[in-house]
Ligand binder design. Structure first.
Ligand SMILES: [Zn+2]
Length: 368
């Protein structure tokens, strides 16, 4: 059977792209068989000589189209099969594309002059995307069952690595691939990172969540003032030490100051770890302070930052400040994924403002 001459006219299945040498025009025999099942058609009767043409005719009938030319019938079949695969994908950004393909299907009739494709595609690409989403759905289910607090570091890393395939492409021009990869990355950040790894890091989870928006949408800037964030600040040594430094510098004589009067660009803050480090990367502090009789301080201020995932690179600086398992994984793998998702437009940049008002704040380590 092996014959080099065959390669010249080698036919490849439009679905799986494997070579075949049967009489069919589009599909290998195995794929054609599977398509009958996939589209829920009963098996063709034995006397049907060309089961491929027969399938296309059945598809045309199902779409209430008769007397189509062979070309139209084949084109209709490809669009119909593509739509069927897209409907099976668990992808939230395909509605627009599915609508276009449906319209193209509707527009095929015995009277139509040309076959119009509002959206063009290769069936093989759709088939590959379908297989990616199948694999992704399986993995994401496993990942949802991981306890990120207790999981072994190596195991966790391997899990995250197994998802790399959804980050291996650069921004695709093909709108169908773009939508599918966008959806998988979006789900990854929502489910694995926000719902799993960052479960106990509420501020980071909220900020990352806000940066994930629908395609073509810009996230809104965030202003945050709540007890969770207040507590993070009050517990932070970096925050406390910075206030102490500022009070010693500007508040000694006057017992009150507004940092804007001295440093109009604010004071840069680099957090030491935990939720604040994952949330804020190039934070700028503004604060007004007034001393009370009991040596405590009333503080009112804000911390401003631009949420930009690519700045997670800075996490590598904290490599020796190991904080459980997250630091290590976030600083390497997740950072790379984050950069891809930023380029892809899944993770978007926006401005964050954290406001705080503390009364009777006691500065730790301060001489009375
Ligand atoms: Zn095939």
């Amino acid at each position: 059977m092996e014959n080099n001459d065959n390669n010249i006219n080698e036919k490849r299945c439009v679905l799986c792209n494997k070579p075949y040498n049967y009489k069919y025009k589009m599909f290998g025999r195995r794929c054609l068989d599977n398509l009958y099942g996939l589209l829920e058609f009963s098996k063709p009767p034995k006397f049907i000589w060309n089961k491929e043409t027969y399938l296309c005719t059945r598809i045309a009938w199902r779409n209430h189209k008769i007397f189509l030319s062979k070309n139209k019938k084949y084109s209709l079949a490809q669009k119909y099969i593509a739509l069927n695969y897209l409907n099976r994908m668990n992808c939230r950004f395909l509605d627009d594309i599915k609508e276009k393909i449906s319209k193209d299907i509707n527009d095929i009739s015995v009277f139509s002059r040309n076959i119009v494709s509002t959206i063009s595609f290769e069936l093989n690409d759709i088939y590959r995307l379908f297989n990616y989403t199948q694999k992704f759905d399986e993995l994401i289910e496993e990942l949802q069952n991981i306890n990120w607090e207790k999981v072994d570091e190596k195991v966790a890393e391997n899990f995250i690595k197994s998802m790399s395939f959804i980050f291996t492409i650069t921004k695709e021009i093909n709108p169908i691939s773009y939508a599918v990869f966008y959806s998988m990355q979006y789900t990854f950040w929502q489910v694995v990172v926000i719902g799993g790894m960052l479960k106990d890091k509420k501020l980071s989870a909220r900020l990352l969540s806000n940066s994930l928006s629908l395609p073509e949408k810009k996230p809104e800037d965030l202003t945050i003032q709540d007890s969770i964030t207040d507590e993070l600040l009050m517990k932070s040594k970096v925050f406390n030490d910075k206030l102490k430094e500022l009070i010693e510098k500007y508040g000694k004589e006057t017992d009150m100051f507004d940092i804007k009067d001295y440093e109009k660009d604010g004071i840069s803050l680099k957090f030491e770890g935990g939720d604040l480090l994952y949330s804020l990367h190039k934070a700028i502090l503004f604060v007004k302070a007034r001393k009370n009789e009991d040596n405590t301080w009333n503080l009112e201020g804000e911390i401003n930052d631009t949420y930009d995932f690519t700045e997670f690179k800075d996490l590598k600086e904290y490599a020796d400040n190991k904080e459980a398992i997250l630091t290590d994984i976030l600083s390497t793998l997740l950072n790379n994924f984050g950069v891809v998702s930023s380029e892809y437009g899944v993770i978007k940049t926006y401005n964050v403002k954290i406001k705080f008002i503390f009364s009777n704040y006691e500065i730790k380590g301060m001489m009375k």
